[in-house]
Design a binder for this molecule. Structure first.
Ligand SMILES: C[S@@+](CC[C@H](N)C(=O)[O-])C[C@H]1O[C@@H](n2cnc3c(N)ncnc32)[C@H](O)[C@@H]1O
Length: 194
C-alpha cells in the first residue's frame, strides 16, 4: 500500500504538477457557475490541492476535504474543513454539496461503484461531479497503474469511456476532457432528487 499517512509534505509540494493548466482553466470556468456560498467536497482530497485551485477563484465557497489519511489532511490549508473518512461511506447528509471533486483518488477506492453512488447521494440535484484520473490507455498511465498494483493498491484505473459509462450508470450525465495521459469526467447529477 502507498503510505499516504507519511506523504503529506511530498503531496503538498508536488501534487499540483499532476494537474495540467488546461484542466485548471476548465475547473476555473466551472467555478464561475457555482452558486454563491455553496459547499464543495474534495473527496480523497489529501492536502487540498484541488480545493486550493478553486479557492483562488472563489473564496465565498466552503471547502470540505474528505480523506482517510490524517497525515495528508494535516497539511491541508486552513480554509478547508477536514474530515477523516472514505468516499465509499461518507459522513455527510444527502443533497448537501453543490459540487464534488475527486482528483487522482477514485482509483484508490476499494469499491469505486459504491464511491460513485455516495458522490451522487451527497450532491444536490443538478450538482456537479468532477473526476480527474490517469488514463491507463496511455503509456505513462499504464506504467503508473502497474506500479500501483505492485504496491498493493486497488488500482482501479478505467479508460475514459469506461469510467464515463460507469458514472452514467450511477445516474450522472457525463462528458470527458482529455489532457495527454490524464483526463477528467465532468458530470451533472439528475435534476430531481432520488
Ligand atoms: C494520489 S493522492 C491524491 C490526493 C489529492 N487529491 C491530490 O490531488 O493531491 C490519493 C488520495 O486518496 C486517498 N484515498 C485512499 N483511499 C481512499 C478512499 N477509499 N476514499 C477516499 N480517499 C481515499 C489517499 O489517502 C490519498 O490522500
Amino acid at each position: 500500500m502507498i503510505p499516504f499517512d507519511h506523504l503529506g509534505p511530498v503531496f503538498k509540494r508536488f501534487a499540483s504538477l499532476v494537474y495540467p493548466q488546461r484542466f485548471r482553466n476548465d475547473l476555473a470556468s466551472l467555478s464561475r457557475r457555482m452558486e454563491r456560498g455553496g459547499h464543495v467536497l474534495d473527496a480523497g482530497g489529501g492536502t487540498g490541492i484541488l480545493s486550493a485551485f478553486l479557492y483562488a477563484q472563489r473564496k465565498d465557497l466552503t471547502f470540505v476535504l474528505l480523506d482517510p489519511a490524517h497525515g495528508m489532511l494535516r497539511h491541508a490549508p486552513a480554509f478547508a474543513v477536514r474530515t477523516v473518512g472514505v468516499a465509499e461511506s461518507m459522513p455527510f447528509p444527502g443533497h448537501f454539496f453543490e459540487a464534488v471533486m475527486i482528483g487522482d483518488a477514485f482509483h484508490h477506492c476499494d469499491d469505486p461503484d459504491r464511491a460513485a453512488e455516495e458522490m451522487r447521494r451527497v450532491l444536490k440535484p443538478g450538482g456537479v461531479l468532477v473526476v480527474f484520473e490517469i488514463d491507463p490507455e496511455k503509456a505513462l498511465g499504464r506504467f503508473i497503474a502497474r506500479a500501483e498494483r505492485a504496491l498493493g493498491e486497488p488500482a482501479h484505473f478505467f479508460a475514459p469511456g469506461v469510467l464515463s459509462a460507469r458514472l452514467a450508470e450511477a445516474g450522472f450525465a457525463c462528458t470527458v476532457s482529455r489532457y495527454a495521459w490524464r483526463y477528467a469526467v465532468w458530470c451533472t447529477a439528475p435534476r430531481r432528487a432520488g
